[in-house]
Ligand binder design. Structure first.
Ligand code: NAG
Ligand code: NAG
Ligand code: NAG
Ligand code: NAG
Ligand code: NAG
Ligand code: NAG
Ligand code: NAG
Ligand code: NAG
Length: 805
């Protein structure tokens, strides 16, 4: 191998004019030897392994030649953890594959869209583009089409593509901000932790409304342009007018007049959310000098979400700082932008005058919200404003200015401290809990804890007893797994499961990784990607039994035995409204689950995407199916399970259009230590109960909240949060529905569809009860089922608030 390299290097040094150095089939790079990367002819760009986060990643970088740090331009599979084992990159007909030492598993780094096309060669070009060619030298894959956080001169951000900032300078996984080239022609910066909306955009070109298909292009002399996709004309120069800071100090005459040869231009969405344009001037002696030319925002506090929850941003001496609100401390003192957590435990809010001994109100001057989404705005006096927040359990803070009192709930986000002279007299009243007596006797009960903490001794004992006593069948069958290791038998059993729909105890099959690889044809057909990992279609028994295979990622480290115990707990949950777990694989660090295959997609597809939306009867049936599935999880199965992520995407439709809940029992695999539930909020925005954002225990009522949102969405076939509607009052479905319920105009919302008015009203009221902020106000899922079935009467619910939206 070494001589090939020597030859290649020799060639590239001899033929300076050559525009590309060809990497031929069979070429490989090994991480262990930190072998010489594949360089572009000029030597400025390199492709290969680089160090990141204590391991190695594969990517493209601008080579500092030892004179200065390399600048990473692109990372392959950026959200995969860095490699710690020895790995090899190999170019074959399928593409560029990464095989890591121990498992010998191949990961795709680059491969053509069309698997029928075979790769012939690859090249690291002088533009910084890494490309794959076919036999006739046509580009069939290029890194330029898959940007991460940077585009280079000559590269475009295509319509509907986005740049996502990195987590930190040393961690190139997806971070907190994104820059979208939107379908509507607008180029916009948003924080990633909240749905994109006009209110959270913090920089934009304002080119929306022209209904043009545009792409962002950085031309090779460093000009950013929006290009008309139809005729490739320049629609807009994104010049200094769009930037708050322009520094031409390093961009002197010399560099602009001398040939452009020594300069590489780049535009990067930086870790801190700013979009910046750089030049990298290569020195004849090696290395390069980086200068910033343009910066979208000068004041980082204008970056929405620069500081995390419970903190505010101050801008001082050209730098932005995050500071904690009173009563909170930094989540991670090393990383102040992550936000702050409360340092007191909260009393159970009682509401009204009863709150007075429980809370203090602290007035803060000069603090404002960068994006004001308040749940209540009323004219009143300053003291009344402070008082109303104190007495309102939903209120966490209120902003008083100009006689208007605006109340804000958790999470407290996007706060900014305005310095000095602007005489906007605005006061924020922050409500702070006085350390409660309940908290003094130790920790607050945490209902989820026994579920989530695998290491809890009582849980272990419980599991042990359960697995010993509960079902001799299971034990019998477990030993069966060891005895009948022959695949044929295994498949036969699966066939029985599939065909007979056995309701009793059926053991889970423990598969080998290779079996599943075969069954899915090498994880070829991806059905979807969930929060736990990708799902692939597969088949067993020569294609007669279809299965869905889920490869789990980002799990909490845990041993094989704990994993098997969790699997058995999930496997014991059998209900017609739950997706059946058939088996699993736990091999080395691989964790794979095998489920029955659901042929008709998810409820989300059915409600929001399908042309023919399900009729009223079908929707009521689905709503009841889902509630019954949750009832089983909460109250009827052996080990009660809190799902933690109920949403239409997790509700699948079987061949008979019966709704079945999937992904139950997985939350605890992800969460591990319960202390992380506060910072690493699980679940999905929009469906998450407000308590996820507060430092209070999560109970089964969190699922009831999510169910309430799903119920509303099922009833009205639209998302709870729909920013595409024209009337701003209609953006949040729950608020709109409440208004119509009170005004007795609910049928207005079903757009002329024939529905049973009584049943519509009943479902709406159930949903509104479910989405109450206060968990205690929400009914149990059992009550929900009874209310939906019409067994229990329902009274008019209080107004819901759009807290977690
Ligand atoms: C990686 O490979 C090198 C050389 O082949 C070997 O010395 C080293 O032990 C390997 N490391 C691991 C973690 O396998
Ligand atoms: C493809 O490019 C390589 C290197 O530039 C050249 O040697 C080869 O002949 C080209 N092949 C075709 C079919 O053009
Ligand atoms: C690959 O597929 C994507 C979307 O499916 C498309 O936008 C892109 O142009 C394709 N790339 C090539 C090189 O065919
Ligand atoms: C924008 O253009 C597309 C096709 O070019 C068209 O289908 C769509 O209706 C247009 N939208 C508006 C708001 O004009
Ligand atoms: C880049 O765009 C600028 C401004 O439109 C233009 O003057 C320049 O010639 C362009 N550079 C190239 C290489 O096309
Ligand atoms: C974009 O290109 C199309 C097709 O040539 C043209 O009709 C349209 O006027 C262009 N739009 C603008 C704003 O230049
Ligand atoms: C301009 O470039 C020349 C040659 O590259 C160099 O000698 C000179 O110092 C440069 N001038 C400035 C002001 O950087
Ligand atoms: C919480 O932090 C504040 C300052 O950030 C401090 O004054 C207060 O004493 C702390 N409270 C507790 C209970 O630690």
């Amino acid at each position: 191998m070494a001589w090939v390299w020597a030859l290649l290097l020799l060639l590239s040094s001899l033929c300076v004019k050559q525009s590309s150095s060809i990497i031929s089939l069979g070429s490989s790079l090994a991480s262990a030897t930190q072998s010489i990367p594949w360089r572009s002819p000029s030597g400025r760009f390199a492709f290969g392994f680089y160090s990141q986060g204590g391991g190695l990643s594969v990517g493209v970088w601008l080579d500092g030649g030892g004179k200065n740090d390399n600048k990473v331009i692109w990372t392959a599979n950026r959200d995969d953890p860095p490699l710690h084992a020895n790995a090899t990159l190999t170019l074959n007909e399928k593409g560029l594959l990464l095989s890591s030492g121990v498992s010998g598993e191949n990961k795709v780094v680059a491969s053509p869209n069309d698997s029928a096309v075979s790769v012939f060669s690859a090249s690291m070009l002088d533009s910084g583009n890494f490309v794959l060619y076919n036999k006739v030298n046509h580009t069939i894959w290029e890194s330029f089409e898959h940007p991460t956080d940077t585009i280079l001169g000559g590269q475009a951000l295509l319509t509907n593509q986005e740049l996502i900032s990195s987590s930190s300078e040393n961690d190139h996984s997806s971070g907190r901000f994104h820059l979208r080239m939107q379908l509507d022609g607008n180029l916009v910066l948003y924080p990633l932790n909240i749905d994109d909306a006009a209110t959270t955009a913090y920089w934009a070109t304002g080119t929306n409304g022209v209904n043009l298909s545009l792409r962002l292009f950085l031309n090779s002399t460093g000009f950013l342009q929006l290009i008309n996709n139809t005729d490739s004309s320049i629609y807009l120069e994104i010049n200094y007018r769009f930037y708050q800071e322009v520094s031409y100090n390093d961009h002197n005459e010399n560099t602009t007049t001398s040939s452009n040869d020594g300069i590489v231009h780049s535009a990067t969405l930086d870790v801190d959310g700013n979009f910046q344009l750089y030049t990298h001037q290569f020195e004849p002696s090696g290395g390069f000098r980086t200068s910033r030319v343009l910066r979208a925002l000068k004041d980082y506090c204008k970056v929405v979400g620069f500081c995390g929850i419970n903190s505010y941003c101050t801008f001082n001496d050209d730098r932005a700082y995050c500071a904690c609100l009173p009563g909170t401390d930094f989540i991670d003192p090393q990383r102040n932008t992550l936000g702050c957590k409360r340092n007191y435990s909260e009393a159970h809010c009682k509401g009204g005058k009863d709150n007075i001994p429980l809370y203090n109100i602290t007035p803060l001057q000069n603090i404002v919200w960068t994006t004001g989404i308040f749940y209540s705005e009323e004219l009143m006096s300053m003291s009344a404003c402070s008082q109303t927040c104190l007495e309102d359990c939903n209120c966490e803070a209120a902003q008083f200015s100009g006689g208007v009192c605006r109340k804000q709930k958790l999470p407290l986000w996007y706060l900014l401290r305005q310095e000095g002279d602007n005489d906007v007299s605005s006061t924020v009243f922050l409500k702070m809990g006085i350390r409660s007596l309940e908290a003094d006797d130790g920790t607050v009960p945490h209902e989820l804890k026994p579920q989530i903490k695998g290491k809890d001794p009582t849980l272990k004992i419980l599991l042990l007893t359960l697995s010993l006593v509960a079902c001799s069948c299971a034990l019998l069958a477990i030993s069966g797994v060891f005895i009948f290791k022959f695949r044929v038998l295994r498949y036969k059993r699966l066939l029985e499961i599939g065909n007979l729909g056995l309701t009793g105890e059926v053991t889970l099959t423990s598969f080998s990784y290779n079996e599943l690889k075969r069954a899915t044809n090498g994880f070829k057909e991806e059905l979807g990607k969930g929060s736990f990992g990708a799902v692939y279609k597969g088949s067993l028994n020569r294609g007669r039994n279809l299965i869905a295979v889920k490869r789990l990622e980002k799990l909490v480290e845990e041993g094989e035995r704990e994993f098997q115990a969790e699997m058995r707990a999930i496997g014991r949950a059998h209900h017609k409204n739950l997706v059946r777990l058939l088996g699993y694989c736990a091999e080395d660090s691989k964790r794979v689950l095998v489920y029955e295959y659901m042929g008709n997609g998810s409820l989300a597809d059915l409600l929001f995407k399908s042309r023919q939306r399900p009729d009223w009867d079908e929707r009521t049936r689905i709503a009841l199916d889902v509630a019954r599935g949750i009832l089983y999880l909460h109250e009827e199965c052996e080990t009660p399970i809190i799902h933690c992520d109920i949403k239409p995407q997790n509700i699948l439709m079987d061949d008979y259009w019966r709704a079945k809940i999937s992904d139950f029992g997985l939350a605890k695999l992800l969460m591990g230590d319960h202390t992380r539930t506060f910072t690493v909020v699980r679940g999905t925005r929009g469906y998450m109960a407000p308590e996820w954002h507060k430092n209070i225990p999560i109970s089964a009522k969190a699922d009831v909240y999510s169910y309430g949102i799903v119920l509303l969405e099922t009833v009205f076939c639209r998302r709870n949060l729909d920013t595409t509607v024209s009337n701003p009052e209609e953006i949040i479905l729950s608020i709109l529905v409440y208004k119509c319920l009170v005004e007795k105009k609910l049928e207005k919302l079903v757009l002329g569809e024939e529905v049973d008015k009584k049943s519509l009203e009943r479902m709406v009221m159930v949903a509104l009860w479910c989405i109450q902020d206060e968990p205690a106000l929400r009914p149990s899922i059992k009550t929900v089922v009874m209310m939906l079935e019409g067994i229990t009467d329902i009274c008019i619910p209080p107004c819901p608030t759009a807290s977690s939206i």
